[in-house]
Design a protein around this ligand. Sequence first.
Ligand code: IPM
Ligand code: MG
Length: 368
Amino acid sequence: MEKKIAVILGDGIGPEVTRQSIKVLNTIAKRFGHVFQYTEAIMGADAIDKTGNPLPDETIAVCLASDAILFGAIGHPKYDNDPTAKVRPEQGLLKLRKELQLFANIRPINTYAALQHLSPLKAKQLAGVDFIVFRELTGGIYFGKKQLSEDGASAVDECTYTRVEIERVTHLAFQYAQKRKNKLTLVDKANVLETSRLWRKVVQETAAQYSDVAVDYMFVDNAAMQIILNPSQFDVVLTENMFGDIISDEASVLSGSLGLLPSASVGNKTALFEPIHGSYPQAAGKDIANPLGSILSAAMLLDHFQLTEEAEAVRKAVEWTLANGFVSKDIDPVNNYSTTAIGDLVSDHIERHSRHNHHASVNQSTII
Ligand code: IPM
Ligand code: MG
């Protein structure tokens, strides 16, 4: 298979973790006989520094001309503490999501036996935890009208949803539930918000087309509590943009480290794959960040290309590193491995264990 992948390294630790994913994708390509062509593009603080624009048109063009996008991280502290900054790195990512109509953000939450001691939850609460957050990504308060009054004394962020925006992500979430444990939980605030009541109505109507899926409804404040108290009750969690942002970070602590969690953003155009963590500026350039969130995002990218066996080979290799203590500093502050070393270990494991070896006759090494 031949595929074009746009690579946006981004800010902070983005470049160093994404390079590990490219290494892993190259190993997959070699072992399974694929050709992945990469085109680099810029976004975020990096792009502001170079061009003054967090999302240059050139980047959008590269993304539209590619089969998938692999993205690192966005954000820089110099903007975080300056509420008056007119141009901000995050504007780049938000605009890209909108331009590419990436309306669904898929964030799988699972746990690893080897890391259970890192979770703030007890082992018995973690048993059987395996759910996916489906976050609507191009609507709601993120994209509503924003206003600051002239005297600076009041501000507005409008939250709007249309039926169509809710329907498209809802269908996708139901289809995932059908492939999983046939359960969907809508998280909203329908006791207070009009937009949430529209969500509930649309989801109730859509549910009629998926009669094999059990649906329940939960207010977001209760959901925040249930994710900690009883996380194994969830299968597919569907929610709007802002609630999804918050509860997916919350859910990430179940696995033991935010650094482990991947995501896929899909829509009508090129899909984008990125770890859910931020740019972690304190670690940038130190080769200490956890590359597994990015590497597992690359596995989701392979799934998107319907390269299921290849994606599985990446996940198996990641599990092997975790089970054998080849972990980064966020997981073990005392005995740890560098970002690069973990990328190498994952690649080596794929190299040694993938069943397919299309290049065997050309490249066979004596160890294999
Ligand atoms: C995320 C991030 C982004 C968001 C930021 C960087 C704009 O937190 O992808 O979860 O809020 O969507
Ligand atoms: Mg977030």
